[in-house]
Design a protein around this ligand. Structure first.
Ligand SMILES: *[C@@H]1O[C@H](CO)[C@@H](O)[C@H](O)[C@H]1NC(C)=O
Ligand SMILES: *[C@@H]1O[C@H](CO)[C@@H](O)[C@H](O)[C@H]1NC(C)=O
Ligand SMILES: *[C@@H]1O[C@H](CO)[C@@H](O)[C@H](O)[C@H]1NC(C)=O
Ligand SMILES: *[C@@H]1O[C@H](CO)[C@@H](O)[C@H](O)[C@H]1NC(C)=O
Length: 597
């Protein structure tokens, strides 16, 4: 990804505007009354501003008076040329501006750059008055809550080079008036609710370098004329409803560095001319209905590092020879559910230094593959295959591995001998035939990086080990195994846990009161075990809980009477010894409440 122009401009502003406002030298013309009124009109329509930006908009001089995000630097003195309001980079979710986008900004007649981005709660439509901003070169309104359609009148702002409206709630079609935007270099309409086809008018945007229409509901074919926009470097149409074939014309875009047309309804073959995309480094064709053989010419793509062909209907064979010699830059390969029957992991994948290898549902058989450069792998998905045999040392040398998924295979080794690399964040081995105890995975050495462990639907036995403090587990799924013993009260050490499933095991003992300390818990399934005693009142403290099941245990006594426990469906509590109270029938007198203690 490139840095958009306006990011650069931000730096210029912060370095130049501040000295101006603090110096005694007269500022470049005191702000014009009309521009000041236009800005104050915007300020008045923002009802809440947690960025602190608008609080600086006071005093008479919007040009030299320290108004954050406002700059006057053009030939006309005292006129606002740049308005750049960007959400400060911060992880805090509480930073926003709430209100509507005031049409008064359309009175900033000398404005060249307007960036109001990441404010999240700025709503309303894009004002028609913006058609008066005839000097505008950059219009960036990303990540707000703007609604309605894209006004046709924007098509009359002939100086526009950048239009970026992504991450809003815009509806309707791309206005045909965009035919006039001959200077447009970047058009980003991603993540909205836009519909219709790509209008033929866009073929006059000869200088277009970046077109992102992803995550909308556009339909129709991908038009041939896109192949004539020779300066395109970035073409992203992912997650829409485009149908028809991949136009051969796209293969003449020799400057293209990313072509992402995944998650659409495309049919037909990958054009054999695909090898002409000399500059392409990211090629995403996944989740379509592409068929036929994968063309050999893909191997000519010298710069390709990310190849994602997953979820299609391709047929064998892969052009193995060509791939062995070609693709020198490859780092990420995804052939999952592509229709291919690979049998074994191809040598051109196994012997290369790759970072992400995803080969789920490729009909792979036999023992797990022997990767020549295991240390380079960060993500490995071999789920939904027929791998058999052991796993004990398979992961040990993958010292960079963060995510591993080998679920739904026929692995049948003792997991007590498994050796996990330190960096591992996600371990998903569900639905195999693994046996042995959990002690080698959940122990005092479990990595702080580990967030997801799914070992459900295996033959694991033994107890749930004690949990030490400081773990960062978010998901622990041990359902459908043969685990016995109690739930350790040290479960409260898993302070980040969101999902805890130990259903369908042989767990006995009581539910520890300390389980109520897991304040992030959203999903709790203890069903089909031999758990006795009461459901502790302490669980009422878990406000995040969305789903819980205590079904088919030997629990007794009153269900905690408070939300959400008293409004979960009765099925969450049935088949126990003597649970009572909402949503089950009321408890009969005080005795029944005591029985479980
Ligand atoms: C554009 O500006 C002119 C002059 O200020 C004004 O009369 C007109 O209403 C404006 N157009 C829109 C669409 O707001
Ligand atoms: C394409 O880019 C080149 C190099 O930046 C530039 O000279 C040329 O004018 C551009 N073509 C169009 C049609 O804008
Ligand atoms: C491949 O693309 C699909 C979307 O179609 C995505 O879910 C998957 O994560 C991608 N694979 C890799 C390795 O990035
Ligand atoms: C894996 O490959 C290495 C290097 O080629 C070799 O030394 C080792 O014996 C192989 N291991 C297995 C289990 O095939």
């Amino acid at each position: 990804m490139q840095f958009p122009m306006w990011v650069l401009n931000l730096f210029l502003i912060t370095t130049f505007l501040i000295p101006f406002s603090q110096s005694q030298i007269p500022s470049p013309g005191v702000c014009s009354e009309a521009d000041r009124a236009a800005l104050l009109g915007f300020k008045a329509s923002i009802l809440k501003d947690t960025t602190g930006i608008l609080a600086t908009w006071t005093g008479p001089d919007c040009c030299g008076g320290g108004w954050e995000g406002v700059e006057c630097s053009g030939v006309a003195t005292g006129r606002v040329t740049r308005l750049i309001l960007q959400r400060p980079l911060s992880n805090s979710g509480d930073i926003f501006m709430k209100g509507f986008l005031s049409p008064s900004l359309g009175n900033l007649h000398f404005l060249e750059i307007m960036v109001i981005s990441g404010m999240r709660r700025v709503s309303g439509t894009i004002p028609k008055s913006f058609s008066n901003l005839t000097h505008l070169t950059q219009l960036v309104l990303d990540d707000n809550s703007l609604q309605g359609s894209i006004p046709s009148s924007l098509g009359y702002l002939r100086n526009l080079q950048t239009v970026s409206l992504s991450g809003n709630h815009l509806t309707g079609q791309i206005p045909p008036s965009f035919v006039n935007l001959r200077n447009l270099v970047q058009l980003n309409l991603a993540h909205n609710f836009l519909t219709g086809s790509i209008p033929s008018e866009l073929q006059s945007l000869k200088g277009l370098q970046s077109l992102d229409l992803s995550f909308n509901s556009f339909s129709g074919i991908i038009p041939d004329f896109l192949g004539k926009l020779q300066n395109l470097t970035y073409l992203v149409l992912s997650s829409n409803k485009f149908s028809g074939q991949v136009p051969i014309s796209l293969c003449s875009l020799t400057k293209l560095s990313e072509l992402s047309i995944d998650q659409n309804l495309l049919t037909g073959r990958i054009p054999s001319q695909i090898g002409n995309l000399k500059s392409v480094s990211v090629l995403r064709l996944s989740s379509n209905k592409l068929n036929g053989q994968i063309p050999e010419s893909i191997s000519q793509l010298q710069n390709l590092w990310n190849l994602n062909l997953s979820r299609n209907l391709f047929t064998n064979p892969l052009p193995t020879m060509a791939f062995t010699k070609g693709l020198p830059s490859l780092l990420v390969i995804d052939l999952s559910y592509s229709g291919l029957d690979l049998g074994t992991v191809p040598n051109w994948i196994r012997n290369r230094e790759l970072s992400e290898v995803h080969l789920a549902g490729c009909k792979l058989r036999g023992p797990l593959p022997n990767f020549t450069r295991p240390d380079s792998l960060t993500s490995l998905d071999l789920s939904n295959n027929y791998f058999s045999g052991g796993i004990s040392n398979f992961l040990a040398k993958m010292t960079s591995l963060q995510t591993v998924m080998i679920s739904n295979n026929l692995l049948n080794s003792d997991i007590s001998s498994i050796r996990l690399p330190d960096q591992i964040s996600t371990l998903d081995l569900h639905s195999n035939r693994l046996f042995g105890s959990l002690l080698s995975i959940l122990n005092g050495k479990t990595s702080k990086f580990t967030e997801v462990i799914d070992l459900s639907n295996n033959q694991i036995s033994g107890n749930i080990p004690d949990f030490s403090a400081g773990l960062n587990l978010k998901v622990l799924n041990l359902g459908s195994n043969k685990i016995a013993g109690h739930i350790p009260s040290s479960v409260s050490n898993l302070a980040k846990l969101e999902r805890f499933d130990i259903s369908r095991n042989h767990i006995t003992g009581t539910i520890p009161t300390s389980l109520g300390l897991l304040l992030k818990l959203q999903w709790l399934d203890l069903s089909i075990n031999g758990i006795i005693g009461k459901i502790p009142e302490s669980l009422l403290g878990i406000e995040a809980l969305r789903h819980a099941s205590f079904r088919a245990n030997r629990l007794c006594g009153e269900i905690p009477q408070g939300r959400p426990f008293n409004i979960f469906p009765a099925a969450a509590y049935t088949h126990n010894l003597c649970l009572c109270g909402k949503p089950l029938p009321p408890c009969k007198g005080k005795d029944s409440q005591k029985m479980g203690e």
